[in-house]
Design a protein. Structure first.
Lengths: 562, 73
C-alpha cells in the first residue's frame, strides 16, 4: 500500500465534477464530448440532485436575434454593474444550450413537435420542461456516454499540488470510506447556500464556495442575492401565482397590498411571487403591530382560487397553484376556501460564489465552477426572471465543462501531494477526535439567528450587521464543541461550517459596501454611489483569514458604456 | 424531526426517496420492501423524498424539531 492509499481510496479521472444538479450534469455531459474521462459525484442520488428537479420547470430563452437587446436591457437595469462578458456569454449561449438539452434528452413541452417557446417579457421568452424527471433523463444520456458517477459522496475539500487543484476529498456517506479523487481538472457545481432554514432548496449548503475558499480561490459578490420570498408558513412553500397578493390581510382584516400600494387597484395589476413589494408590506404591517399576515381566500370556490394563479404563461402557474392547494388539503388538512393561512417572508439564499472568468475558470489553476456555486449571478438579469437561474446553471455548466475538458486534454496528471492531502484529511476528521457536547445543527440554528431576521439582512445597517457577525462568530465557536461519531456526524459538522462561512462572507462584504444597490439595502447608506462603489468585492483567504478587496467594474472594456 | 409523517403503509419500496436523500437519512429494508428512517436527526428538509415519492408517503416540515423557525421579522 502506498502512502496515499493509507489516507483513503484513490480514484483517478481526467475531469472531476462535484455536484450533479443542473449545472454539474451539463458540465459533465459537455466535458465528455471532448472524449476525456469524466467522473461526477454527488451527496444525493444522481438523477435527483440539486434544485432543478424541485423547481418550476421553466427555462429562460432568448432568441439569437434578441440577444443584443436583451443584454442591453439587463445591463441598463443593473446600472452597468453586471459582468457584461458573462451577460453576452449567457445570452449568446441560450439557444444552443436549449437545443443541446433537448438533444441530451430533456423533455420539453412541445407544440406540434416543436419546443414551445412562450413570450415572457422584454426580449425574453421561456420554455417549459418536466422538472421532476429532468435529471433522470440527462443521467440516462450520461450513462450512455460512459460518464462515471458516484452517489452519496459528500465532497468537503480540494486536493492541491503546489498552486494547482488536482482533485477533491469526499466522504462516502453509506460505505464509510474516505475517497481521494485525483483529477486533471475539477469543476465545482455544488450550488449556493440555502442554509436549510426553510423547506425546499435546502439541499445546497455552501460547500463549494467553502472548499474553494479554503483552497485559495476568490469569491465575489457575497453581499448580493440574499432573498426573501413570501410563502405559507406552515407548509414551508411559496404560493405561485400573480393575483394571490390581493387577498393578503393583516390581523385586522385590512388588505395590506392595496393599503401600501394603492395603484395596484387599477387595471388588475399582476404581482409576481418574488416581488419585493409584498415583503415590504408584510414587514411594515408586522412592525406596526398588525401582524400576523394571512392570506384569506374564504368564500372563493376552487375555480376562483385557481384563477388567482393565472400567469403570463398560460397554464403554467395555474398548475403550480393547484398543486399548492392540493398539498394544503392533503398534508395540512387545510381547505383554503374555508380558513385563513398565515404567510411570512421565507429566507432562501445567500449570494455570491466563486469568481469565474468567461471560460468558467476560477482564480485557481485546474479549478472551474458552474451554477449557484459560481458567480454566475453577476451576468445580471436576475431579479425574479423565471427560468434564468436554470438557464444560467446550464450555460455555466456547458462552458465550464467544455473548457475544463480542453484544459485536461493538454494537462499532465499531477499526483496528489501526500502532505497536503494528509493535512486536509486530518482537518476533515478532526471532529472524530473529540467527544463534543454540541450538535452540529444547533450551530446551524445559531447561524439562522444571524441570517434570517430582516433587521440584519434586508434593512442592513453597520451596527446591526456587526451584531449579526457576532452571532456568526458565536456559531463558529460552538463548532469547536461539535464532535463526530461517524461520517454522518462529519457531514453535518462540515455543512454547518460551510453555512457559517457563507453568513460571515455575506455580512463582511455587506459591511464593506457603503451604498445601496440591487438587493443590497443599507439604511445608513440608502443611495447608489457609483463614484465610490462601482466595483465588485472579492474575498480570498490570506494568512488564514478572509481578505476583502475591491475590483473596479471594467466597464471601459465592455460593449455597453454608461 | 424534519420528516413529520411517514406513511409506511403506502410505501412499496421503490427506493426513489433513498436515492434522492442527500444526508443518507433513509435506507431500504430489502426484506420488508419498505423504507426505514435510519438517521432522522440528519434530515435537512430538502423536500426531495416528499417531492419525488410517487405514493405520497412523506410529509416534511422545515422546523426540524425546534418548535419554531427563526422569525424573519
Amino acid at each position: 500500500m502506498s502512502k496515499i492509499d493509507s489516507l483513503g481510496t484513490v480514484i483517478t479521472t481526467d475531469v472531476l465534477v462535484l455536484g450533479a444538479g443542473g449545472a454539474g450534469m451539463c458540465a459533465a455531459l459537455k466535458a465528455k464530448e471532448s472524449n476525456v474521462d469524466v467522473l461526477m459525484i454527488d451527496k444525493m442520488g444522481i438523477g435527483w440532485s440539486g434544485q432543478v428537479p424541485i423547481g418550476g420547470g421553466i427555462l429562460a430563452y432568448v432568441y439569437p436575434d434578441y440577444v443584443e437587446k436583451w443584454a442591453e436591457n439587463v445591463t441598463r437595469q443593473s446600472f452597468f454593474f453586471n459582468n457584461q462578458d458573462w451577460t453576452y456569454q449567457l445570452g449568446n449561449y441560450m439557444h444552443k444550450s436549449t437545443m443541446d438539452l433537448a438533444n441530451m434528452g430533456l423533455t420539453f413541452h412541445r407544440d406540434k413537435g416543436e419546443i414551445n417557446i412562450l413570450d415572457w417579457g422584454p426580449h425574453i421568452h421561456v420554455t417549459l420542461f418536466d422538472a421532476a424527471k429532468s435529471l433522470v433523463a440527462l443521467k440516462k444520456t450520461a450513462n450512455n456516454r460512459r460518464i462515471k458517477m458516484m452517489d452519496k459522496i459528500y465532497a468537503i475539500d480540494l486536493l492541491k499540488n503546489g498552486d494547482k487543484v488536482v482533485g477533491a476529498i469526499g466522504l462516502g456517506l453509506t460505505d464509510g470510506k474516505t475517497y481521494l479523487f485525483n483529477a486533471k481538472t475539477v469543476i465545482i457545481a455544488t450550488g449556493n447556500c440555502g442554509y436549510m432554514h426553510e423547506k425546499t432548496y435546502s439541499s445546497v449548503l455552501g460547500e463549494g464556495a467553502a472548499m474553494g475558499y479554503r483552497a485559495g480561490a476568490q469569491l465575489v459578490n457575497a453581499e448580493f442575492s440574499s432573498s426573501y420570498v413570501w410563502g405559507i408558513k406552515d407548509l414551508g412553500k411559496e404560493l405561485m401565482g400573480i393575483y394571490f397578493y390581493q387577498y393578503l390581510e393583516n390581523a385586522k382584516g385590512e388588505k395590506i397590498m392595496f393599503k401600501h400600494f394603492p395603484y395596484l387597484k387599477e387595471n388588475k395589476q399582476p404581482v409576481y411571487t418574488f416581488d419585493p413589494r409584498v415583503i415590504e408590506a408584510m414587514q411594515k404591517e408586522v412592525q406596526a403591530g398588525l401582524g400576523p399576515i394571512y392570506i384569506n381566500l374564504q368564500g372563493l370556490n376552487a375555480k376562483e382560487i385557481a384563477g388567482l394563479a393565472e400567469d403570463q404563461v398560460e397554464g403554467l402557474t395555474l398548475l403550480k397553484g393547484n398543486d399548492t392547494m392540493r398539498l394544503l388539503r392533503e398534508k395540512m388538512g387545510i381547505d383554503p376556501s374555508k380558513e385563513k393561512m398565515e404567510m411570512w417572508p421565507r429566507y432562501l439564499y445567500s449570494g455570491g460564489g466563486l469568481r469565474i472568468d468567461v471560460n468558467g475558470k476560477t482564480t485557481l489553476d485546474g479549478l472551474y465552477a458552474a451554477g449557484g456555486a459560481s458567480s454566475s449571478s453577476w451576468s445580471g438579469g436576475g431579479g425574479g426572471q423565471a427560468g434564468l437561474g436554470v438557464q444560467s446553471a446550464a450555460v455555466t455548466g456547458f462552458v465550464a465543462g467544455e473548457n475544463a475538458a480542453k484544459d485536461a486534454k493538454k494537462t499532465k496528471q499531477l499526483d496528489i501531494d501526500y502532505n497536503q492531502a494528509k493535512s486536509a484529511v486530518e482537518r476533515i476528521m478532526a471532529p472524530t477526535q473529540r467527544a463534543g457536547n454540541t450538535d452540529a445543527y444547533d450551530v446551524v440554528y445559531r447561524v439562522h439567528e444571524a441570517v434570517v431576521p430582516m433587521k440584519y439582512n434586508r434593512q442592513r445597517e453597520a451596527g446591526r450587521m456587526r451584531e449579526a457577525l457576532g452571532i456568526v462568530e458565536d456559531a463558529r465557536k460552538k463548532l469547536g464543541g461539535v464532535g463526530a461519531k461517524d461520517f454522518h456526524d462529519l457531514a453535518r459538522y462540515h455543512s454547518a461550517e460551510s453555512m457559517a462561512m457563507a453568513a460571515e462572507f455575506t455580512y463582511k462584504a455587506a459591511l464593506m459596501r457603503e451604498e445601496s444597490r440591487a438587493g443590497h439595502n443599507r439604511v445608513d447608506f440608502p443611495q447608489r454611489d457609483d463614484k465610490n462603489w462601482f466595483k465588485w468585492i472579492t474575498i480570498e483567504q490570506k494568512n488564514g483569514a478572509p481578505h476583502l478587496t475591491t475590483l473596479p467594474v471594467p466597464v471601459e472594456k465592455y460593449r455597453l458604456q454608461p | 424531526m424534519a420528516i413529520r409523517n411517514f406513511y409506511a403503509e403506502k410505501c412499496n419500496g421503490c427506493g426513489i426517496c433513498v436515492a434522492c436523500c442527500p444526508m443518507d437519512v433513509l435506507r431500504l429494508d430489502e426484506k420488508a420492501k419498505k423504507v426505514v428512517i435510519k438517521y432522522p436527526k440528519d434530515c435537512i428538509a430538502c423536500w426531495g423524498c416528499e417531492s419525488f415519492c410517487p405514493r405520497g408517503c412523506f410529509d416534511v416540515t422545515p422546523e426540524r424539531g425546534r418548535g419554531e423557525l427563526v422569525s424573519p421579522y
